[in-house]
Design a protein around this ligand. Structure first.
Ligand SMILES: [Fe+2]
Length: 404
């Protein structure tokens, strides 16, 4: 009897956690119109409606299909429509055409979410969800949180292309911390351990295994680079001098005529404004510079007489420093100079979810920390975000490092 009560309580906690994560996606979508939710601004970004459906697809395909008794899909076509990149699952609707999906309607996608939630709740209360199923549940919730950040970044890109410069929220996502003088934290050469310990707490497979790396003596910047600091680079011709740029970066900058960060706008009087999720605002000189590609971050670092940190340097320093006043977490993802590659001893998980991370370990760079768009509780020291070098619609910024 006591065991049954304990099981019922732990099931209720799991159901609560699941529903809380699911509800937050709907909270993010609540201020949006159906048109806002359907449009796709570029192939890299997805419509909000697609995010809402795809995150439900993840639970339906990887959990309900396997564990629900008498499984029947909500809609047989959704298996293809809302498959993102899982070749093991089968066909996919082409990513650049997600914005063409005027059907199913947003109301139908809401029904899909409600149906998946009802069935997930029943499964979790049935006792049929074993340890492997619970691991998939955790992965599904973490996956949904990743898409919650993408909802914000993709929406920001979409709204930025509208000449009306509409706002999504009437106020900032978060208060930006006041900037202090940039200082340098020095660390001696050492063999350091990085990666997730693998014990308690969730991590993605790409954070494993914890392992040793040798780092030479280095110093890490005490905070992120601010808009006013980056503006100096812009105003002093940083974008016009190829000496600061990687070859591929210079090609990217020339081909796309890039002369400033993605959402900056130069005014007729020479002042600057920045498009934000709460509309067009004067550039805040003391806020962290955001939405930079790897190429821009690297060029700035070179111009500033520094470099980007490696991910081992970042994680080692962050583990010793703590976040207080240092903007390690919660403001901007920080580009590192580390290519996204498997850690020594990394193993790709079995099954279709093995496609989650491992197959993307080429031609991308690791970003560390988390941003103002990252959901609460979705960041940790060993977290490895990754994007191709030209990516700038994410909340990506600069933390500098120096060799000593
Ligand atoms: Fe996904």
């Amino acid at each position: 009897m006591r065991n049954e009560i304990a099981l019922a309580i732990s099931n209720a906690v799991v159901v609560d956690d699941y529903l809380r994560v699911r509800e937050y996606s709907m909270i993010l979508a609540a201020p949006l119109s159906e048109e806002d939710c359907c449009a796709q601004s570029m192939p890299d970004a997805s419509p909000v409606k697609w995010h809402l459906a795809h995150t439900s697809w993840f639970f339906e395909t990887f959990i309900l299909e396997q564990y629900e008794r008498g499984f029947r899909p909500f809609h047989p076509a959704f298996r293809v429509l809302f498959n993102s990149y899982y070749d093991g699952v089968g066909d996919k609707h082409p990513r650049p055409q997600r914005g063409m999906l005027t059907r199913p309607s947003l109301a139908e996608v809401r029904d899909y979410r409600a149906d998946v939630d009802r069935r997930m709740q029943a499964l979790l209360q049935s006792g049929d969800c074993d340890a492997a199923c619970l691991r998939l549940l955790e992965l599904g919730m973490q996956h949904e949180q990743q898409h919650q950040e993408l909802i914000l970044t993709d929406l920001k890109h979409l709204l930025s292309l509208n000449p009306l410069k509409p706002f999504y929220l009437p106020r900032a996502l978060q208060a930006m911390p006041v900037q202090s003088e940039l200082e340098w934290h020095a660390f001696e050469a050492d063999v350091v351990e990085i990666g997730h310990g693998g014990g308690t707490g969730f991590c993605f497979d790409n954070e494993l295994p914890r392992h040793r790396q040798f780092v030479e003596a280095y110093a890490l910047g005490s905070r992120l680079i601010s808009n006013i600091e980056y503006l100096m680079f812009v105003e002093q011709g940083g974008y016009e001098n190829p000496a600061h740029w990687l070859s591929a970066g210079w090609e990217w900058r020339c081909a796309n005529k890039v002369g400033h960060p993605l959402y900056w706008h130069r005014q007729a009087d020479g002042g600057w404004q920045e498009f934000t999720l709460h509309g067009m605002l004067p550039l805040d000189p003391h806020a962290a510079v955001l939405h930079l590609s790897y190429y821009e971050a690297d060029a700035y670092a070179r111009w500033a007489g520094a470099r980007l940190p490696t991910e081992a340097e970042w994680e080692h320093a962050a583990s010793l420093l703590g976040n207080e006043g240092r903007q390690l977490f919660g403001t901007a993802w920080q580009w590192t100079s580390s290519s996204y590659a498997p850690y020594p001893g990394y193993e790709i998980p079995a099954g279709a979810v093995g496609e989650y991370n491992g197959k993307f370990m080429v031609n991308q760079y690791v970003l560390r920390g988390s941003s103002g768009a990252t959901p609460q509780g979705h960041s940790r020291l060993s977290y490895r975000n990754f994007f191709p070098a030209a990516t700038c619609w994410q909340y990506s910024g600069i933390r500098l490092a120096r060799s000593l």
